[in-house]
Design a protein around this ligand. Structure first.
Ligand code: IPD
Length: 284
């Protein structure tokens, strides 16, 4: 286990500073950028993703040379116990390309493989969600999360964040679409509805705020969830595995179910899991 002394508050404030700086690049370029395909025609990246990551990486490396760094565009490696910045320079790249105002900068710090500091900044809506472990979660540094009363959870009255993901065939896609159908249908849970914000980080912040009851996804990575995870946890919500049965997923699990603060969360989670017909599998 790593015992390096780390000043979480200083890092939190610095991550906010970096996120605001990077935010100006996002607002100046959204909707105007050319893009490339990664794994397939719906897995998109722009030159701005790479340049924002390079800006943030160089500043974090200079200020915290002993820390490890994982970033979606340039540093994909396994997480260790070391203090590690885990960042997504643009979470919601498809939103960024389409000028749908839900792209954000997601900056997290993990220590001993757990998320301990998180900042999610959406420069288009001027929202900055942030948290430090054991210190609560905040919107724009002033308003404590959640924003809505933590009323009891129930699947039949839930508004749920889902994403289709970039794999559009195969077993994982079938499990997702069968789950969507079971949650939505009259014969199933008949939930109030689904929303897709197109950004894992912002889905997590919406759950932490209480405007979504849950968010379920398979296929995203540690850089999509690291910052949002601690914001959710500090708001009083919980993160379990998106596959049934695992109450303590890893940051690199790749399958996640986030649930807002509220009574009866265990029942809500087991009810939710009962609608998932099988196990999604993603390479770690
Ligand atoms: C993606 C978004 C999307 C989620 C994907 C992520 P990106 O991140 O968070 O909502 O469904 O799993 O990969 O590619 O926009 O950074």
């Amino acid at each position: 286990m790593n015992k390096m002394a780390v000043n979480y508050e200083e890092i939190h404030d610095y991550l906010i500073e970096l996120a605001l700086e990077a935010g100006a690049v996002l607002t100046a370029n959204t909707g105007t950028s050319a893009y490339d395909d990664k794994a397939n025609a719906v897995d998109l990246v722009t030159a701005i993703d790479a340049s924002v990551e390079s800006l943030i990486k160089s500043k974090l490396r200079a200020k915290y040379p002993a820390f490890d760094f994982i970033g979606e565009e340039s540093e994909k490696h396994a997480l260790s116990d070391l203090p590690t910045f885990i960042i997504d320079p643009i979470d919601g790249t498809t939103n960024f390309i389409h000028a749908f105002p839900f792209s954000c900068i997601s900056l997290g710090l993990a220590v001993n493989r757990k998320s301990v500091v998180g900042v999610v900044h959406n420069p288009h809506l001027n929202t900055t969600y942030s948290a430090i472990v054991n210190n609560g979660a905040y919107l724009n540094s002033t308003t404590r999360l959640p924003l809505t009363p933590a009323t009891p959870l129930s699947l039949s009255s839930a508004l749920i964040g889902i994403e289709w993901g970039t794999d559009r065939d195969g077993t994982n896609f079938k499990i997702k679409t069968d789950t969507f159908k079971s949650l939505a249908s009259k014969q199933g849970a008949m939930v109030h509805g689904f929303r897709s914000l197109g950004s894992a980080a912002q889905n997590l912040c919406a759950v932490a705020s209480g405007s979504l009851d849950a968010y379920w996804e398979g296929g995203c990575y540690a850089w999509d969830v690291c910052a949002g995870w601690i914001i959710l946890q500090e708001a009083g919500g919980r993160m379990v595995d998106g596959n049934p049965g695992n109450w303590k997923p890893d940051l690199e699990e790749r399958t996640y179910l986030a649930v807002r603060p509220g009574a009866d969360s265990e029942k809500f989670i087991t009810d939710f899991w009962s609608h998932i017909p099988g196990k999604m599998f993603y390479q770690s």
